[in-house]
Design a protein around this ligand. Structure first.
Ligand code: NDP
Length: 315
């Protein structure tokens, strides 16, 4: 590790307080817009239940206009904390009274812990540590490696910071809009001095030949689920077909990227494990207790299977 551990879950000097003064559980949940399909309640509630805690993790559909009032109410009502998802992560950063190194570096907060004694909203970005934690599942260590990140949004920023902290030697940010990739380099190069950050377009011919990891951090699969991914896996895989790169899609399910990589039988991680691990780190931030990762994953998989069953065959 070359910098502060981005996966550190708890705040120095902060002892998590799970109950209000009247003994009721402090509320916790996720804010998004939309948030209907969030899997977080299924696996967070599995974690609270595993620890025999009475907390019920909720989801609240809150528009950007409604967010300030909701956060004010959360403060007044002594919430434990919140997860923030699209489109609230940047506002989460702005309203945080203190920020973890991962939040500061990425400019995005997905986990808020309310601690009025130590200074109100403590903002953290658990996507960073969550991503890093998943890499062993793909048999991958970033130490000294060259990686390509496709996309330059908030998720790409978290992945770049994670890989840089994990010891990657070179990270190429390949984005459709070059200015966004350049902004990541401008913001993160100084805090990742041991890692060379550079930008590229979507043509793999211009990517480093020695790449060992290709991460799809675009939202293409969500926005255009029925259109092929704009780059072929064969081209992304690079010069040596005998030594395939590890492909990683931050999204999960049957995205065009995942389908194309699977058709070619290349090694692949999808975003489900990262979703669980970022949630596990959030749980540990709020409670100070170890998150039961296998149980959380099983709960998410059960919810996904049930959703699939309700959709019926062929859907
Ligand atoms: P943003 O909206 O901030 O960024 C989206 C990126 O995708 C942009 O760089 C955009 O390029 C690019 N993009 C969109 N459509 C296309 C296309 N057709 N061709 C090429 N590039 C395209 O999104 P986030 O960074 O917040 O999230 C990205 C993905 O990561 C989402 O699918 C999200 O669900 C997932 N995610 C998963 C997590 C997990 O725990 N598994 C955690 C966080 C995110 P341009 O700049 O040119 O517009």
């Amino acid at each position: 590790m070359t910098g502060p551990n981005p996966a550190s879950q708890t705040w120095p000097g902060v002892t998590p307080r799970l109950y209000r003064s009247d003994g009721s559980p402090r509320p916790v949940g996720v804010l998004g817009f939309p948030v209907k399909h969030s899997l977080s309640p299924s696996f967070q509630n599995a974690a609270f239940a595993w620890h025999n805690l009475p907390h019920r993790y909720e989801k609240w559909e809150i528009s950007p206009e409604e967010l300030p009032a909701f956060l004010e109410k959360a403060r007044r009502e002594d919430f434990l904390g919140l997860n923030l998802t699209v489109p609230h992560k940047l506002t989460g950063w702005e309203i945080s009274d203190r920020r973890s190194p991962a939040a500061t570096a990425t400019g995005a907060v997905n986990t808020l812990l309310l601690d009025e004694e130590q200074g109100g909203w403590l903002g953290h970005n658990t996507d960073v540590g969550g991503f890093l934690e998943t890499l062993p599942a793909g048999g991958y260590s970033p130490e000294g490696q060259s990686a390509v990140i496709i996309g330059a949004g908030g998720a790409a920023r978290a992945v770049v910071y994670a890989l840089g902290n994990g010891g990657a030697a070179r990270i190429t940010i390949a984005n459709r809009t070059p200015a966004r990739a350049k902004a990541i380099v401008a913001d993160l190069q100084a805090i990742l001095p041991g890692c060379r950050l550079e930008t590229s377009g979507l043509d793999p011919a211009a990517w480093p030949q020695d790449r060992s990891l290709v991460v799809n951090a675009t939202s293409q699969g969500v926005i255009e689920p029925d259109r092929p991914f704009p780059i072929s896996p064969l081209a992304m895989n690079g010069a040596n077909p005998a030594a395939p790169v590890l492909f990683y899609d931050l999204t999960y399910g049957q995205t065009p990227f995942i389908k194309a990589v699977r058709e070619n039988d290349y090694p692949l991680l999808d975003g489900l494990l990262m979703l669980i691990y970022q949630g596990a780190l959030a749980f540990e931030t709020w409670t100070g207790l170890p998150a039961p990762r296998p149980e959380m994953l099983a709960a998410a998989q059960a919810t996904l299977a049930e959703r699939q069953r309700l959709k019926g065959p062929g859907n």
